[in-house]
Structure formats: C-alpha cells, structure tokens
Design a protein around this ligand. Structure first.
Ligand code: SAH
Length: 194
C-alpha cells in the first residue's frame, strides 16, 4: 500500500483515540482535587510522551521529515499494526467506561474518588497503560519508522517505570488495606504475568 494510505489511517486512528478520551479529560480537569502528587519529573515525562504519541506521529502524517528513518516493513506487519492500534482504542474505551471519571492524566485523586477493581481492573492494576502499550506497539508497526516507533515505546516505558511505583504509593495512602489487598490479587499490566 502507498505510504500516504498508512499516514491517513494513522491520522484517523489518532483522532478516534483522542475522541474516545476527550470528553473524560475535559470533565476531569474541572473536578476538584483532593490529592496532587505529580511533580516536575512526572510532568516532564508526560510531555515526552505527548511527543511520542501525538506530535511525532502528526509530523509523520503531514510531512516527509521522518521518511529517512523508514524501516520498510511488509504490508502484513503494517496491517497488523493497524489492528493492534484499533484494539488499543477498544481497550481504552472499556477502561474509561469502568473508571467512570475516577482517574486523571496526572497523579491525582479527585473528591469522591472510588477505587475501581472491576472490569479489566479485576486482573491488572494498570489497564489504561496496557492500552497505551498496545497503541505504541501498533504505531511502531504501522508507521514502519524506527525513530517515531521507538520514541513512542521508549518514552512510554520510561514514564511507566518512573510513575507506577509513585501511583501505587498514592493509591495505598488513599485507600489503605483495600489497595494493599487489591495489589496482592492482581498484576500490573499483563494478566497473570507482569
Ligand atoms: N494506572 C491506571 C490509571 C491511569 S490514570 C491504569 O493504567 O488503568 C492515573 C490515575 O488513575 C491516578 O492518578 C489515579 O487517580 C487513578 N487510578 C489509578 N488506579 C486506579 C484504580 N484502581 N481506581 C481508581 N482510580 C485509579
């Protein structure tokens, strides 16, 4: 398939992804916060992540700037990337339905925040991050570009490594034994594995 078709498909997928998250994000921004834990490092890593998930993919779609880093993957692999990316959107939709607004892009707890342990949270504590991993893996194959692909995967991995322990400490401080017990019976991002 022509590169332009892949660029168009990525743009559409990215827009659908943003449309799925958009309404929640604008509602959550207005919500009163009870605990705020995101420091400078978390904000910097979130920024890096925005480059990897939004800015570089959009530059890839609208220019030939990154074309010099192309990996020339086969159509089969690139189509597999489209399917994985689409699956990440489905998982994100399911996760957001389960959270019902009890989350935030930053490390924060809102007023009246519940601990969610149902749906995908029954098996893993960070299904939204699983969805982002799928998105970044799908993007890597779909763009067939090592710079854009690796930047997305690595920036998200660094964010997860730095953030997950702080997020879990915050949740333990807020929800006490309920979160400690929940941690014992769940994995982080892959059911039964990690
Ligand atoms: N780590 C979770 C949520 C990501 S959003 C996931 O990947 O699915 C990060 C915010 O979600 C945190 O600041 C916290 O407010 C909230 N959060 C994390 N785990 C939660 C849970 N089990 N129930 C409710 N809120 C949670």
């Amino acid at each position: 398939m022509d590169e332009l078709v892949y660029k168009l498909i990525l743009l559409i997928l990215l827009l659908v992804f943003m449309a799925v998250r958009g309404p929640d994000i604008s509602r959550i921004k207005k919500r009163e916060k009870k605990v705020i834990k995101s420091g400078r490092t978390d904000m910097f890593l979130l920024g890096l992540n925005t480059l990897g998930m939004m800015v570089f993919p959009v530059i890839y779609c609208f220019s030939s700037f990154f074309d010099r880093y192309s990996m020339n993957l086969s159509d089969t692999l690139r189509i597999a990337g489209i399917i994985i990316y689409a699956a990440s959107i489905v998982l994100m939709y399911i996760v957001l339905k389960e959270l019902k607004g009890d989350w935030s892009m930053k490390l924060e707890i809102g007023k009246g925040h519940r601990l969610v342990t149902s749906g995908p949270y029954r098996y893993i504590r960070h299904p939204m991050y699983t969805a982002f991993y799928l998105m970044m893996a799908g993007q890597f194959l779909l763009v067939s570009n090592w710079f854009v692909g690796l930047f997305g995967i690595l920036s998200f991995t660094i964010l997860c490594i730095a953030r997950i322990p702080n997020e879990e400490d915050m949740m333990t401080e807020e929800f006490g034994d309920d979160y400690t017990e929940y941690k014992k019976r769940t994995k982080k991002i892959i059911p039964y594995l990690i």
